[in-house]
Design a protein around this ligand. Structure first.
Ligand SMILES: NC(=O)c1ccc[n+]([C@@H]2O[C@H](COP(=O)([O-])OP(=O)(O)OC[C@H]3O[C@@H](n4cnc5c(N)ncnc54)[C@H](O)[C@@H]3O)[C@@H](O)[C@H]2O)c1
Ligand SMILES: O=C(O)[C@H](O)COP(=O)(O)O
Length: 395
C-alpha cells in the first residue's frame, strides 16, 4: 500500500484516479508522495519516506528542487493542465480593462434605483475600445502563452511573441500569423497589451522592470498571470502615476499595488476552474503512480524524462549526482553479486541523473537487501529503490 499526503484543495476527480493500492491522508502514515498546489515547501522538512511530489499545476517555484533531488525525491508538474483556464481569464482581463467593465458595474450599483443609467451623459464616461486590430505582446510562448497568442489572433489582434527558449513542440502549436520578436524591447514596442507567461526563476524575476516599462506605449495594458515578482510592482505604480502605463491586471497582490484605481488584482485564480483542477490533479496522480510502481519518469521537473519497459521482473532505480563513473560503480557492485544486467537506462538533467537497471533474479532476499544497501552507500547516490514489475503488464 502506498501513502499519499495532500496539501491545498486537490480536485476529488484527480484523487479518484488513485487505485486501491493507494491510501490518501491516512493518519500517522509515512507518505510515499505528496500531492500539492501552491503550498510553499521551502521551509518544509521532507520525511525520508517521501519519494515523489506531484505539483497539480504548472509553476513549481514553491518547491526546493535542489534539496528534493539531494534527498532523492522526484518532483512532477502538470504541463498544460490548466493552460486553457489561464488563457480564458487573460482574455477576460483584456476586455475588462478595455471596456471599463468593473468600474461601470460598480457605478451602476451605486446610482439611485430607477435612475436612467443609459443616458448618454452617464454612460459616455465608460466608453471603451475593442481588441480587434490592437497589438498584443506575449512574453513566453509555452502552454499558456501559445493559447493566449492563438486566441488573440482569432479575435483579430496583431500578435507578437518573445521566447528565446521556445521548444520545437511549442513552436508547432503557434499560429503562423504570430510574429516573433528578437528581444524583450522589440516585443513590447508599440504593443497595446503586454502579457507575461514565463516561469519564475532567477532570470525572469524583475524582468518587467522600470527600463522595459519606459519603452511601453503610455496607453499600454500590462497583464501578469504568471507569478508575483516577475513584474517590478514599484515600477508599475510609478508608471501608472506618471501616465506611462494605462492599466495593470494581475493574479498576485501585494501592499504596493493594493487598492490602486488602475490596477485589477485577482486572488491567484488563473488555474482555478473545475476543469483545470481536475486535469492537473489527474495528471499529477498518474505521474506519481507511474513513478512509484514502475520507476518511469514523466513530467519530472528536477529529473530527466526516462521511461523504459521492464526487461526483467526486478528493477533497481537510482537518483544520483551527474558526475563521472557513477554507472561504473553501480554496474560493478551489481556484478560483484553475480547478478546480470538485462537492461540499463541512464539520463541526466543538470546536476542530477537517473538510472534504471533491470536485473536478473536475486539468489535470496539477503542478497537483495545487501546490494540495495551497498548501492545506497555510493557517495552521490541520493535514493535507491527496488521495484518489482507490476502484475498485469510491462509498463
Ligand atoms: N495564475 C495562475 O494560476 C497560473 C496558472 C498556470 C501557470 N501559471 C504560471 O505561468 C507560468 C507559465 O506557464 P506555462 O504552463 O505556459 O509554462 P511553460 O513551461 O509551458 O511555458 C513557459 C515558457 O516560457 C518561456 N521562457 C522561459 N524563460 C523565458 C524568458 N526569460 N523570456 C521569455 N520566455 C521565457 C519558456 O521557453 C516556455 O516556452 C508558470 O510557470 C506559472 O508560474 C500561473
Ligand atoms: O502554476 C500554476 O499552475 C498556477 O499558479 C496555479 O496555482 P494553484 O494550483 O495554487 O491554483
Amino acid at each position: 500500500m502506498y501513502q499519499i499526503k495532500t496539501f491545498n484543495a486537490i480536485s476529488p476527480v484527480g484523487l479518484a484516479t488513485f487505485t486501491a493500492e493507494y491510501q490518501i491522508n491516512q493518519k500517522d502514515a509515512q507518505p510515499d508522495a505528496y500531492l500539492i498546489r501552491s503550498v510553499d515547501l521551502h521551509e518544509h522538512d521532507f520525511p525520508r519516506s517521501l519519494k515523489a511530489i506531484g505539483r497539480c499545476g504548472a509553476g513549481y517555484n514553491n518547491i526546493p528542487l535542489e534539496r528534493a533531488s539531494e534527498q532523492g525525491i522526484a518532483v512532477f508538474n502538470t504541463p498544460g493542465g490548466n493552460a486553457n483556464a489561464v488563457k480564458e481569464l487573460v482574455l477576460a482581463m483584456m476586455i475588462l480593462a478595455n471596456r471599463q467593465v468593473i468600474a461601470a458595474a460598480n457605478w451602476t450599483n451605486q446610482v439611485q434605483p430607477g435612475a436612467d443609467i443609459t443616458l448618454e451623459a452617464a454612460k459616455s464616461q465608460f466608453n471603451g475600445q475593442e481588441l480587434l486590430g490592437k497589438r498584443l505582446a506575449v512574453i513566453g510562448l509555452g502552454h499558456v502563452g501559445s493559447l493566449v497568442a492563438n486566441a488573440a489572433v482569432n479575435l483579430g489582434m496583431e500578435v507578437i511573441g518573445y521566447d528565446p527558449y521556445l521548444s520545437a513542440d511549442a513552436a508547432w502549436q503557434l499560429s503562423r500569423e504570430i510574429h516573433r520578436a528578437p528581444s524583450l524591447a522589440a516585443v513590447v514596442d508599440q504593443a497595446d497589451f503586454i502579457t507575461v507567461h514565463v516561469p519564475k526563476n532567477e532570470e525572469t524575476t524583475g524582468m518587467i522592470d522600470q527600463e522595459l516599462i519606459s519603452q511601453f506605449k503610455p496607453t499600454a495594458v500590462l497583464l501578469n498571470f504568471a507569478r508575483h515578482g516577475i513584474v517590478d510592482n514599484q515600477a508599475v505604480i510609478d508608471a501608472l502615476n506618471t501616465k506611462r502605463l494605462r492599466w495593470y491586471s494581475t493574479d498576485f497582490s501585494d501592499a504596493l499595488i493594493h487598492g490602486h484605481p488602475r490596477v485589477t488584482i485577482l486572488p491567484h485564480l488563473g488555474g482555478s476552474t473545475v476543469e483545470a483542477e481536475a486535469n492537473c490533479a489527474r495528471m499529477a496522480a498518474k505521474a506519481v503512480m507511474t513513478y512509484l510502481t514502475t520507476g518511469n519518469l514523466i513530467n519530472s521537473v528536477n529529473l530527466p524524462a526516462l521511461q523504459t519497459p521492464f526487461a526483467s521482473p526486478e528493477r533497481i532505480t537510482l537518483i544520483h549526482r551527474n558526475i563521472p563513473n557513477m554507472l561504473g560503480q553501480i554496474s560493478s557492485l551489481i556484478a560483484q553479486h553475480q547478478i546480470n544486467i538485462e537492461n540499463l537506462a541512464n539520463r541526466a538533467k543538470a546536476d542530477f541523473a537517473y538510472t534504471i537497471v533491470d536485473v536478473s533474479d536475486f539468489a535470496n532476499p539477503d542478497q537483495q537487501a545487501a546490494l540495495i544497501q551497498e548501492l545506497a552507500q555510493i557517495p552521490a547516490v541520493s535514493r535507491v529503490r527496488l521495484i518489482h514489475q507490476p502484475r498485469g503488464g510491462n509498463k
